[in-house]
Structures are given as structure tokens and as C-alpha cells.
Design a protein. Structure first.
Length: 119
């Protein structure tokens, strides 16, 4: 059974930092591309960052470029999202997503972790 444990969310002031973690189990982690998505109230879920199976390629939404960094540790089955210079508009539920490298139809989602940026 595939499971994700997400952590690291919380309340932070504007300009602050958080580091999200997503630990996966029940799958061959290195065979999955990993992504972070977010969904703010009343808005559609959007892609924040993506990392290839062995971390050799990353992409970011324009809104987070230069502030967020995605990374992964395949030995620990973990993907991270370092978030710096946080803004109120970064407030959302953040989800990790695993996509099988050989079929985009096989995907798994984490349960989400709340990030709130407010003074």
C-alpha cells in the first residue's frame, strides 16, 4: 500500500521560511518523478515544483522561482520543498505527488499539509 507522510507545514510570518517533507512508502521511490502542488481556498490546485527521478532536473512555477527549492533523497524515500521569503499568497495546502516514470497514468498523492503565511 502506497503511503505518504507529509510534514513541515505551519504558520509563518511573511519573509520567513519553512521546509516541507514528504516520506513515501510502498513504492520504488527512485522510479517516480516527484512534485509539490498547492491549493489555496477557492482556487484550483497548481504545480509548484517538480523533480526528476534522480534529481537531475527540476522545474518551478514562475511565482516561486528563486524562493523555493525542491530536492529529494532516494535513500530516504523523501522529497523536500524548501520555501524561503514566504508571502501571504503562498498560503495553501501543499501536496506531494508521485508520478511513475514509465506511465503518467500511475500517480499517488499525499494528504496535504497546511502552510499559512500571515503576520
Amino acid at each position: 500500500q502506497v503511503q505518504f507522510v507529509e510534514s513541515g507545514g505551519g504558520l509563518v510570518q511573511p519573509g520567513g521560511s519553512l521546509r516541507l517533507s514528504c516520506v513515501a512508502s510502498g513504492l520504488t521511490f527512485s522510479m517516480y518523478r516527484m512534485s509539490w502542488y498547492r491549493q489555496a481556498p477557492g482556487k484550483e490546485r497548481e504545480l509548484v515544483a517538480h523533480i526528476a527521478s534522480f534529481g537531475d532536473n527540476t522545474t518551478y512555477a514562475d511565482s516561486v522561482k528563486g524562493r523555493f527549492a525542491i530536492s529529494r533523497d532516494n535513500d530516504k524515500h523523501t522529497v523536500y520543498l524548501q520555501m524561503n521569503s514566504l508571502k501571504p499568497e503562498d498560503t495553501a495546502v501543499y501536496y506531494c505527488k508521485a508520478t511513475f516514470s514509465y506511465s503518467q497514468n500511475l500517480v499517488y498523492w499525499g494528504q496535504g499539509t497546511q502552510v499559512t503565511v500571515s503576520s
